[in-house]
Design a protein around this ligand. Sequence first.
Ligand code: GLP
Length: 267
Amino acid sequence: MRVVIHATAEAAGLAAADLIARKIQQRPRAVLGLATGSTPLAVYRELARRHREEGLDFSQVTTFNLDEYVGLPGTHPQSYRYFMEEHLFRHLNVRPERTHVPDGRALDFDRHCESYERQISQAGGIDLQLLGIGTDGHIAFNEPGSSLGSRTRVKTLAGETIRDNARFFGGEDQVPRMAVTMGVGTILDSRQCLLLALGEHKARAIRDTVEGPVTAQVTASALQLHRDVVVILDEAAASLLARREYYDQVERVRQELELAQADRAVR
Ligand code: GLP
């Protein structure tokens, strides 16, 4: 895991957006895995700005979102489809038929989940998966205890997640109890993962994810098994990491190497 710590949440968000933008520049037909929540908002603002002001082109990009609440139609203001339209898709030139969010109102969830997995494979797999993290260490809606080999399916939300999300719904009793979510195994199949975490309330989950054992009790810890993961943090989210100095050292060495390479290229 590469752990990159930025002084502020804003800088961390910009760095994540930069990584995604570079992927699209290298590979215009990139398949992106996208996340919802407050964490990616700054990333999406920056991607929209780059499209508007710098012509970053999404016309050939395909997207797959991680999850959706069961029971909410895409027109519901708290649905993840609505979130994506509002905060990202309508600001880009991405083709609507290339954006995928699981359907919270599917008639047959087993079939819907199988078809979501199939669509990901048919698109060639996910090149870069953006992830946030729940305070209980979940990725997507893979709550503690989820199989680390799980695929897209319906999951029951944990009490901690319902409490965390109550603010968006005007009370705990309004939060849906279930969600359709990519599995941990689905996420691990992505070619690269980018985990973004901001704020002190994520510090414990990040410590457990990066420095704890791989365990289904903290599903984000499964990312330790992935060969290409970048964890981008602000200072607050990094505050409980024991090996902080080492992560900074690795980044310094990387930067020196990049500078030396750029210097050789110029000569
Ligand atoms: C939900 C989503 C996750 C997200 C998490 C954190 O549980 N399913 O994908 O990472 O919320 O949300 P926030 O970024 O608002 O803290």
